[in-house]
Design a protein around this ligand. Structure first.
Ligand code: 5IU
Length: 260
């Protein structure tokens, strides 16, 4: 039996992980369940876009390894924008190696992801060493990790038993795993934030296997907490207006979901 739906405000006080509390608080205050996937390759362009769209976002999702002119100044500026507009930063790195390796990939190299990203994600394919390795890099902080339990792309192998394994791994590491990247509701527990990419106001896909669902479908039918939108916002003439449209569609679907 499904538990009664909780408001973002209620979730911010009943959930246990500090980062999850903070996220739901932001979602409540900004009336937004919208994460922007800012898949641009120029750091100034990213910062300008995030500064304009920031008021409408609960999360900014990055792919730091596609940036052509990366510098530590970029991540410092992004953190300043996160403080200015009150959003969390999610680096969509999808760690997928043995524990020792992902630990260095998370804290080291050029990007030093653990120093600026609030949230990262990991593929559960290596087993829970991936989670343990990442966790070791950030002991004593309130950073969080999402497990990629399902993908939006055609033919994804992350399904059935694999997805069940991801759920078990999350439950075994509640102090660090704060949720899932998924396409459907996996656990009836707000301590695990369900974030869904592959969202666009008009359904369809792209030429490389991406498959889209609408905000309503993601939230109302599939039980997403956060919708992740990239080109639906960025590949328009007016990204600010588009962000507002997605924010409002997402929030309306959330309000509708409270009636259940
Ligand atoms: N992304 C997906 N699907 C997934 C996962 C991640 O699309 O299952 I895991 C990423 C890829 C891209 C963004 O950075 O989310 C979606 O961008 P568009 O909204 O432009 O398709």
């Amino acid at each position: 039996q499904k538990k009664k739906s909780q408001t973002y405000k209620e979730r911010s006080s009943t959930c246990t992980h500090p980062l999850v509390q903070q996220l739901y608080k932001i979602m409540h205050l900004k009336k937004s369940n919208l994460a922007l996937s800012v898949d641009l390759q120029n750091s100034q362009q990213i910062l300008q876009t995030v500064d304009k769209l920031g008021p409408h976002l609960c999360i900014v999702k990055t792919h730091v390894d596609i940036i052509e002119d990366f510098s530590p100044q970029f991540t410092a500026s992004l953190r300043d924008l996160a403080a200015k507009h009150n959003f969390l930063i999610f680096e969509d790195r999808k760690f997928g190696d043995i524990g020792k390796t992902v630990k260095s990939q998370y804290e080291g190299g050029i990007y030093k992801i653990s120093s600026w990203a609030d949230i990262v994600n990991a593929h559960p394919v290596p087993g829970d060493g991936v989670v343990k390795g990442l966790k070791e890099a950030v002991t004593g902080t309130s950073k969080g990790c999402l497990l990629v339990a399902e993908m939006s792309s055609a033919g994804s192998l992350a399904r059935n038993e694999y997805t069940k394994g991801a759920i078990k791994m999350a439950e075994d590491h509640k102090d660090f795993v704060i949720g899932f990247i998924c396409q459907s509701r996996l656990i009836d527990d707000y301590n695990f934030v369900h974030m869904t990419p592959g969202v666009k106001l008009s359904e369809g896909g792209d030429s490389l296997g991406q498959q889209y669902k609408t905000p309503e479908e993601a939230i109302l039918k599939k039980g997403a907490d956060v919708i992740i939108v990239g080109s639906g916002i960025l590949a328009t003439d007016d990204p600010v207006q588009a962000a507002i449209q997605y924010k409002e569609a997402g929030y309306k679907a959330y309000e509708e979901s409270l009636k259940n």
